[in-house]
Design a protein around this ligand. Structure first.
Ligand SMILES: NC(=O)C1=CN([C@@H]2O[C@H](COP(=O)(O)OP(=O)(O)OC[C@H]3O[C@@H](n4cnc5c(N)ncnc54)[C@H](O)[C@@H]3O)[C@@H](O)[C@H]2O)C=CC1
Ligand SMILES: NCC(=O)COP(=O)(O)O
Length: 363
């Protein structure tokens, strides 16, 4: 078990440095007492951050290191991935900034897998530019799934509202064919498990949204609710998981409804993220649940339109850091609790996050 005063080592990948990544990272770390709470380890470049900290008039001092294992508590550690000057063109992605985004993510992920950092917080990337440079995934989620050989669940969280999405970054025309009873069952189990293990909610109540308008209206506007979603919910609730629905998505996000549940499973990206970002934008955190390692990020993108203007709000990034730390501590406590249980009472915990979920058909 980590002692109570253990300072979690928070790895930070910098994303596209021509977006708002470095600005929100530095603003999140600007308070001199921040290292009392955790040990930051940025995978970036000293010269790049020195240049940008002057633009944003921030007074930070970094401890430059060659690898994460050299990080020191009490300091703003920076793994210096590039010794030369970087050409900064705030507001425009370049080959150089995209290349650095990939290097930073890869170095941070390696450190995470080697145990040199405890959690990873990723600053926003430009998926399109990364894919043009050979990166295989339309986002971090797919990248981590491949790296960790496990299906993750895109889970957007605040204290009050938690929304997961059944399909991730795929075209809308592919959504229906990527929804299945088995997949939804596994995702609800995964959601149930992450709520217990990572968020300390003992008996989570989970709402599931329908796919079609009015949840299909008895089948006249689509059959996925009748054939796929309702049977999945029924099987799980027969087995003790508190899953409810399918609810029509258009009216679900009234406070009097969503506040009755600990989390929501939406069927596709914008069905879940549009209401989430409307209700919880500043403090929203994107957490990739169900993986063996902890990764969070802010709930926004590279924001090229405001890069360099010194108006980017760092709150979501700060929340991403503290959410990752909280999950790390909750998970450690949960694991301690489970491993200390007396043998006869030990349950086999089906975390429901089987590796055999079919890949989303992105093409
Ligand atoms: N985790 C990640 O790596 C994510 C990456 N993206 C990528 O970002 C790029 C741009 O995506 P958009 O849809 O334009 O979303 P965006 O989040 O970058 O921007 C949407 C609007 O929100 C504003 N905004 C975003 N973050 C802000 C902040 N911290 N403070 C103040 N205003 C903020 C922007 O100025 C813009 O007007 C795309 O390439 C997308 O793939 C988008 C979401 C997450
Ligand atoms: N809309 C969420 C998003 O784009 C972030 O995705 P990912 O990079 O976490 O896969």
């Amino acid at each position: 078990m980590s002692p109570k005063n253990y300072k979690v080592r928070v790895g930070i990948s910098i994303g596209d440095f021509n977006g708002i990544g470095p600005e929100i990272i530095m603003k999140s770390l600007k308070d001199k007492t921040i290292t009392d709470f955790f040990t930051p380890i940025i995978f970036g470049s000293g010269k790049l951050f020195t240049y940008q900290k002057n633009i944003f008039k921030l007074n930070l001092n970094f401890n430059y290191i060659n690898e994460a294992s050299q990080a020191q508590p009490g300091k703003l550690n920076m793994v210096n991935l590039a010794k030369d000057n970087s050409n900064v063109e705030l507001g425009t992605p370049t080959e150089e900034s995209t290349h650095m985004a990939i290097s930073s993510l890869e170095a941070a992920t390696e450190a995470l897998m080697k145990g040199e950092i405890d959690v990873l917080v990723t600053a926003p990337i430009n998926k399109d530019e990364m894919m043009k440079m050979g990166f295989k995934h339309a986002g971090h989620t797919g990248y981590f799934e491949e790296k960790f050989n496990k299906k993750g669940l895109m889970f957007l969280v605040t204290d009050d509202l938690k929304v997961a999405v059944s399909t991730h970054h795929i075209p809308i025309v592919k959504v229906a064919e990527n929804i299945s009873k088995e997949k939804i069952k596994k995702q609800i189990r995964a959601l149930n498990q992450t709520l217990i293990e990572d968020f300390c909610i003992q008996k989570p109540k989970i709402a599931v949204l329908g796919l079609n308008p009015h949840s299909g209206d008895g089948g006249v506007i689509g059959n996925e609710e009748i054939e796929i979603i309702s049977p999945a919910i029924k099987e799980l609730s027969d087995n003790g998981i508190l899953a409810f629905g399918p609810f029509p998505a258009d009216s679900f996000f009234q406070p009097s409804k969503y506040k009755n549940f600990d989390a929501v499973l939406a069927m596709y990206h914008d069905q879940g993220l549009a209401p989430f970002k409307t209700l919880a934008y500043e403090e929203g955190v994107n957490y990739t649940a169900g993986l063996p390692f902890i990764r969070t990020s802010p709930d926004h993108g590279v924001a090229y339109d405001i890069a360099g203007k010194n108006i980017a709000d760092e709150q979501s990034f700060t929340e991403a850091i503290f959410t990752a730390i909280k999950i790390f501590k909750n998970r450690s406590e949960y694991n301690d609790l489970m491993s200390n249980r007396m043998q006869p009472r030990k349950m086999v915990v089906d975390n429901g996050i089987d590796e055999d979920l079919p890949d989303e058909n992105e093409g």
